[in-house]
Structure formats: structure tokens, C-alpha cells
Write a protein that binds this ligand. Structure first.
Ligand SMILES: NC(=O)c1ccc[n+]([C@@H]2O[C@H](COP(=O)([O-])OP(=O)(O)OC[C@H]3O[C@@H](n4cnc5c(N)ncnc54)[C@H](O)[C@@H]3O)[C@@H](O)[C@H]2O)c1
Length: 393
């Protein structure tokens, strides 16, 4: 028999799985985080978060101590859990198409542990049609399958989860009702959707945001071409004119979701909507644009360049698919002397903030961590501030 009060989260030691597990334990479920990342499992069981997540450490320690949350690599632990939530990654390949082999392989492994009353809920961001394929793989063993896409901003799960609506789609009414009961405890706002609708809602949302950023980046490039300052222009556009309020700042926009999900969407429509590809080209092309722009103005072989802030977004320690990292790689490939530094991320190539400022002739603001705003850069330094972040008050 499975236990209604027990939930297994696969990918439970990941950026989505861990905070979701904390949220579910907090509201009374015994939660088992199942993952194949042994390093993260150990950290979690010692009450330490493997990555930055606002407000998590204290509560994680308490839940582990009270045995309401536990991490393991043993997939067979799903046997007792009524609900199994899937939060494993859904990457794309070099050609920007979904790489689903490992994802589906997981369901072939899971199948042998499933009983009829198990409920499998997918939380990962998936390529449309994925739930249908999962149904084909595990459907004979289990007929309760739902898709409830995760929509929090990474790092803010514990703050946001209860406040945002939850899209819930089941392959049948029973699946929907069961999934609704769980997510209703997290957020009172449940929105019912069909599976195909839920799959598209997640991808459309990320493509929409990614496209917004790309428009600002396009305007930034247009301004630079004419020696104009886009951040200043943006400020004037927004001031006292509400219709322009949603124009994002220009800047590096990257990370594990927006780009990947826009490409999943493009791939689903067999790349026939070229606008999606162009959005990608603008955002992903920004490091190259910055390099070419600097190269026109300066003899870069004689300059040392610092990239300040390396994570994919501010106040995060995550460098997955980060454009500042891509900027560093590009500069190095051009044989330019590069210094890089980040408040939250350190490795053998990073240096201190002080050294970066001292050594670099040109400083590119990669990630706009709050603390960098306070820096008074020496007048002799050339600072590339794509979003006009240092000018903001
Ligand atoms: N990161 C975000 O902000 C965010 C937001 C919404 C949705 N999502 C989606 O959630 C999913 C997970 O993203 P993430 O950022 O948490 O990724 P992640 O890489 O941080 O976490 C995935 C975890 O799954 C584990 N894993 C992979 N295969 C496994 C297997 N077969 N068995 C057990 N564990 C396995 C990995 O070890 C890893 O810990 C993706 O589909 C992503 O698009 C992410």
C-alpha cells in the first residue's frame, strides 16, 4: 500500500525539487527527495542547501532534524509514496532540440516500482506531447498522471510558491482532483487546464519573457550603432508613460529556462516560426556584439578586460547557461587577458573584486548583483554597463 502522506520528488536535490520538497514538508507531507547527485544528497541530509534559495537553510535544518524530509539516491523509495513528483532536467542539445532520451529512460526505470494507485506528477518544463509519451511508457502500471508546471523564479520558491497560481492538468478527472488537492495546500489558486494547454502555457510564458528581453537588447544594439545610450532612452520612454512601463532593461539574459524553453517551443513547431530563432540570436548574440563594439573602439590586444558578475541572474550562484560566462570564454578565445569575479560564484578562474578593478582597463558588468552598485569605479576605467544599472538610483 502507498501512503497518502508521503511524496517522492525525483530530481529532489535540484533547483526546483529541493525547494518544492521543503514547501511540501512544511505543509505536512513526509517528503523523500530522490536524486542521483550524491554530493547534493549529502549536503541536504546535513541540513545544508546545495545552492542559493532565499529563506531555506533554517527551515531545511528543522525539517531534516524532525525527519519530515530526507534525501536519497534510492529510486525504490517511491514504492511507499502515493505521489511521485518529477523535477528532473529537460535539456536541449547542441542543435537546440529537446534531448529527451534520459528523461524517458527514467520512466522505463520508474515503471517497475509503480502500482495502480500511484500518482505521477510531472513538474519539469516539457516538450509538448511528453505526457502522452509518458502515458505510453507507464500507463499500464499507473493511470494517474498529471502535469503541473513549475513557475517560480529560481531562488525565490519559498517566497513565491504560495502566492502564484498553480496550473493543474490531469490525464483524467481523478488525476486532476488528486493533483489539485496537493497544490491547493500550497497555493489556494488552482487553474485547471488540459494537458496540451498546460504544456504550451509553460513554454509560451518563457518565450514571451525571452522575447521582451530580446526587444530591449535589440534597441540597445540599435542605439550603440548610432552612438546613443539605450538605458537613458529607456528611462525617458518609461517616465510618465505607463504603456512603456514593461520595457525590460537591456542586458545579458540567460539561464536554464528562458532560452531552453523558447527553443523547445520552436522545435515543437519544426522551427517554422523564425521569430523564435531571431529572439534567441539577439539575446545569445549579445556577448559577441559587446566584443565587436569594443573591438571597433579600442585595441583590445593591449587591454585587459574584467567581467564583473558571472551568474545567469542577480543574487544567484547559478552559472548554468550564463552569458557573462560566455563573454569570458569569447574574450579568452580572442587571446585577450580576462579577469572575472562574482560575489556568489567562485572557481579557479575567478579573482577578488579588488583585483579585477585594479587590473582591468575595461570592466563589463556581467551580472547586476546589488552590491556592485555601490562601487565607485576609478575614472580611468572604461565600464560597459549594458543595462545602465550603475546609473539607476
Ligand atoms: N530552474 C528554474 O528556475 C526552473 C523554473 C521552472 C521550471 N524549471 C524546470 O524544472 C526542471 C528541473 O530544472 P532544475 O533547474 O531544477 O534542474 P537541476 O539540474 O537543478 O535539477 C535536476 C535534478 O535532477 C537530477 N536528476 C537527473 N536525472 C535524474 C534521474 N534519472 N534520477 C534522479 N535524479 C535525476 C539531477 O541530479 C538534478 O539534481 C527543468 O525541466 C526546468 O526547465 C526550472
Amino acid at each position: 500500500m502507498t501512503n497518502k502522506k508521503e511524496i517522492a520528488i525525483i530530481g529532489g536535490a535540484g533547483h526546483i525539487g529541493t525547494p518544492l520538497g521543503i514547501n511540501l514538508s512544511k505543509i505536512g507531507f513526509k517528503t523523500i527527495l530522490i536524486d542521483n547527485n550524491l554530493k547534493n544528497i549529502k549536503l541536504i541530509n546535513n541540513g545544508k542547501m546545495p545552492f542559493f534559495e532565499i529563506g531555506s537553510e533554517k527551515i531545511l535544518k528543522r525539517l531534516i532534524k524532525e525527519k519530515k524530509l530526507v534525501a536519497t539516491n534510492m529510486l525504490q523509495k517511491v514504492e511507499n509514496c502515493k505521489t511521485i513528483i518529477i523535477c528532473i532536467g529537460t535539456p536541449i542539445n547542441k542543435n537546440n532540440h529537446p534531448e529527451l532520451e534520459n528523461f524517458f529512460l527514467f520512466f522505463y526505470n520508474l515503471k517497475k516500482y509503480l502500482k495502480k494507485n500511484h500518482h505521477v506528477i510531472v513538474r519539469s518544463s516539457i516538450f509538448p506531447g511528453t505526457i502522452d509519451k509518458i502515458k505510453q511508457i507507464i500507463g499500464k502500471n499507473c493511470n494517474l498522471i498529471s502535469y503541473c508546471p513549475e513557475r517560480i523564479a529560481q531562488g525565490y520558491s519559498l517566497v513565491e510558491q504560495g502566492k502564484i497560481s498553480q496550473i493543474v492538468a490531469g490525464i483524467n478527472e481523478k488525476s486532476f482532483i488528486e493533483a489539485k488537492k496537493i497544490f491547493f495546500k500550497i497555493s489556494g489558486n488552482i487553474l485547471k487546464a488540459k494537458i496540451e494547454e498546460a504544456e504550451l502555457i509553460k513554454l509560451f510564458s518563457n518565450a514571451y519573457r525571452y522575447s521582451h528581453f530580446s526587444l530591449s537588447n535589440l534597441m540597445y544594439m540599435m542605439c550603440e550603432e548610432k552612438n546613443l545610450n539605450f538605458p537613458k532612452i529607456r528611462k525617458l520612454m518609461v517616465n510618465g508613460y505607463d504603456r512603456n512601463k514593461s520595457i525590460p532593461y537591456s542586458g545579458f539574459v540567460s539561464g536554464p529556462c528562458l532560452f531552453k524553453d523558447t527553443m523547445q517551443l520552436s522545435s515543437y513547431y519544426k522551427n517554422s516560426y523564425k521569430i523564435l530563432e531571431n529572439i534567441r540570436k539577439i539575446n545569445e548574440g549579445l556577448p559577441n556584439f559587446v566584443f565587436k563594439n569594443l573591438n571597433k573602439k579600442y585595441d583590445l590586444k593591449k587591454k585587459k578586460i574584467g567581467v564583473l558578475g558571472l551568474t545567469f541572474k542577480p543574487e544567484s550562484d547559478d552559472v548554468r547557461d550564463s552569458l557573462p560566462m560566455k563573454m569570458v570564454k569569447l574574450l579568452k578565445s580572442k587571446k585577450i587577458k580576462v579577469f572575472c569575479s562574482d560575489q556568489y560564484f567562485k572557481n579557479k578562474d575567478t579573482c577578488s573584486l579588488r583585483k579585477l578593478i585594479k587590473e582591468s582597463d575595461i570592466i563589463i558588468i556581467g551580472t547586476e548583483h546589488k552590491i556592485y552598485k555601490k562601487i565607485k569605479f576609478p575614472k580611468t576605467k572604461i565600464v560597459v554597463d549594458i543595462g545602465g544599472y550603475l546609473e539607476e538610483n
